[in-house]
Ligand binder design. Structure first.
Ligand code: 6R9
Length: 630
């Protein structure tokens, strides 16, 4: 370990005094001795209409099942159980628009009313148990209502980040065979309207499964409404059918709750499937322990509900804990780079969870934007999505947290559903290390052959124990599930990340080992960018790689073979960039290009990205013996 990594921050005494988990070593040891007993204890803090027969069924591993035989619904625990007590009047959600004069707040009582209304409408449209509903909504309260309404009636939500293009949306709708799409007229992005409904129109033209589109009025933009297919949500809400109580359907613990598409090594995104029972236990427990959730907390997770972080720790986790969630529609630098700190001060946020890329962006504007606000309500800070570099960690700690607030780094994935490597507030923190495996989990770093590597050596990060919020399979693709995650090292879960472990058992995640790139914390597949590029008439072949970037973590660099007679130019680069934005998403825009004569390939035709990376970084190209025509 280098000395840079040896900084240790001991948690302040008042944080430890207040922490739920004070003696973390004892809890860790108890959970390690009997993980199933640990998870059963956690699960018994939630409501089940029928108890489980078995905590873990591993008879068909890697298709693990949790809390088998139990009946439950995540909405019973996230909403309903808070209605019978004083919590019904507590704020469940505070929402602030990009125009911060727009504020909407919901107590648990009124959140329930909204969810019942949306659920009644879904039922009236023939949505039933097991049906997949596509949700393409921005950060507005209706995304909470839509997700919870689906869960309430046993439908499966498939949230698509409202920054994906029509092509990407259409592929995901088709793959899931969704009959209903919930969207909005538009969303606000830095003062401009992003035309969501228009994108849905384009997507649905090629998606024959869609029978109904429900449109929430948000920006007031003019949109085209198909008289048969499209319905305004506010008009449906006035109908008698929308009114009245809507019971929460009790489901099998293993019934699906949602699918969420994420990028993998191929161009086809993977639909990760999560279920009601285990997912509620995992997200409830990890948020409670790592962020020391208390009734008086105001929790702000800046992630978009379109990603797993938004699912687990903006929507479900806080509600399962009966906390108050805060959601902001806007971006961190609009209209000024102190908008977040202004909101933290105004709304008295106590726990603030964000991504390193945002911290690095805001850090560049200087301390004054932060220090002019009174951030003394903050108690805990959190980080997710990519490794946090020690410099950003220290700035976040010193300037935002006033040196008082521990930073809870949380390593996890769409697939894991819940934190896997993190700290709890009473644990010492090391800037740049994600921490230790969560209680009940064990991690290891393996070499190519599957042997554990010595302390301090980089290798493949694997997880040894199953955990309740683990994905159950890839929707409609169980073979790919087994092969992608469980085949390289039988019996352990392959994360796709490389990491080191230090002498204290802290894990230092380095990055992905596959063709997945995290760009500004967003997960993208190089193959998706490549297929967007080759759909441009000037492009014959393309290879995308991630290169280190100071703010974004990684930036996308593309090597492109141009069609005969096409010459590289600035205009062409701009055109290709816009083409990727339009066919995939603006978040996938390449940063830089080069236009070689040919791509380095192995004799079997596989692109050698290692060589492209070395070339782009001006480094030695290394061993070229496997190169075709070497
Ligand atoms: C939650 C989320 C998963 C990948 C993961 C890893 C990277 C996430 C991290 C982190 C270092 C952290 N990652 N959290 N790397 N430190 N705290 O981001 O899910 O979008 O599926 O991405 O993100 O590479 O494998 P997802």
């Amino acid at each position: 370990m280098t000395t840079d990594h040896q900084d240790v921050f001991e948690p302040p005494a008042e944080i430890v005094d207040r922490a739920r988990v004070k003696d973390w070593r004892a809890v860790e040891a108890r959970a390690a001795a009997d993980p199933q007993a640990y998870w059963a204890d956690q699960a018994s803090e939630l409501e089940w209409s029928k108890p489980w027969d078995k905590v873990l069924d591993d008879s068909a591993a890697p298709f693990y099942k949790w809390f088998t035989g139990a009946r439950t619904n995540i909405v019973t625990n996230a909403v309903d159980r808070h209605l019978s007590s004083a919590t019904r009047n507590k704020l469940a959600l505070i929402w602030v628009g990009e125009d911060t004069s727009k504020v909407r707040t919901f107590s648990y009582f009124s959140l329930n009313r909204e969810v019942e209304q949306m659920a009644n409408i879904l039922l009236s449209m023939g949505v039933g148990k097991g049906d997949v509903v596509t949700i393409y909504l921005p950060r507005i309260p209706e995304i909470f209502f839509a997700m919870l309404a689906c869960a309430k009636i046993g439908a499966v939500h498939s949230v698509i980040f409202a920054g994906y293009s029509a092509d990407a949306l259409s592929t995901r709708i088709d793959d899931s065979e969704s009959k209903l799409v919930i969207t909005a007229d538009g969303s606000w992005v830095n003062g401009k309207v992003f035309p969501l409904k228009k994108i849905v129109d384009d997507a649905v033209r090629y998606s024959p499964s869609v029978e109904n589109v429900v449109v929430v009025r948000n920006t007031g933009t003019e949109v085209t409404m198909d008289t048969v297919r499209d319905h305004w949500y506010h008009e449906l809400a006035r109908l008698p059918i929308a009114k009245g109580h809507c019971p929460t359907v009790q489901l099998d613990a293993e019934d699906p709750l949602f699918i969420l598409y994420t990028s993998g090594s191929t161009g086809k995104p993977k639909a990760i499937l999560h279920t009601h029972g285990g997912y509620q236990v995992g997200t409830y427990t990890t948020l409670k322990d790592s962020f020391d959730m208390k009734p008086e907390d105001r929790w702000w997770c800046t992630a978009d509900p379109g990603w797993i972080t938004g699912h687990s720790y903006l929507v479900y986790g806080p509600l399962l804990n009966g906390a108050t969630a805060f959601m902001f529609e806007g971006n961190p630098t609009y209209p000024y780079p102190d908008i977040w700190w202004q909101l933290v001060e105004h709304y008295g946020i106590t726990s603030f969870y964000t991504a390193p890329t945002a911290i690095r962006t805001l850090m560049r504007f200087g301390d004054a934007w932060v220090t002019k606000h009174d951030l003394s309500t903050l108690r805990l800070l959190g980080s997710v999505g990519e490794p946090i570099n020690p410099e950003a960690w220290r700035w976040f700690h010193r300037v935002v947290g006033g040196g008082r607030c521990p930073i809870i780094d949380t390593w996890w994935q769409t697939e894991t559903g819940m934190f896997q490597i993190t700290t709890v507030p009473s644990m010492p923190q090391k800037p740049g290390s994600a921490g230790r495996p969560v209680f009940g989990q064990q991690a290891a770093i393996l070499d190519e052959a599957g042997h554990e590597v010595p302390v301090g050596t980089e290798g493949f990060l694997v997880l040894k124990n199953p955990w309740p919020a683990m994905m159950r399979t890839l929707f409609k693709d169980p073979d790919r599930y087994r092969q992608a995650y469980w085949e390289k090292y039988p019996g352990v879960y392959l994360t796709g990340d490389s990491a080191r472990i230090d002498e204290d058992g802290y894990i230092w995640v380095i990055g992905r080992t596959d063709d997945v790139i995290k760009v500004s914390g967003h997960r993208l597949g190089t193959a998706e960018v490549e297929s967007a590029l080759v759909s441009h008439p000037a492009v014959v072949e393309a290879a995308a790689i991630g290169l280190p970037h100071e703010v974004k973590g990684n930036a996308i660099h593309c090597s492109v073979i141009l069609a005969n007679g096409v010459q590289p130019s600035r205009e062409l680069e701009e055109d290709l960039r816009n083409h990727v934005a339009e066919t995939l998403s603006p978040i996938a825009k390449p940063d830089s290009f080069d236009f070689p004569e040919k791509l380095p390939k192995t004799r079997s035709g596989k692109i050698m990205r290692r060589i492209l990376r070395a070339r782009a970084l001006g480094q030695d190209e290394g061993d070229l013996s496997t190169l075709e025509n070497s």
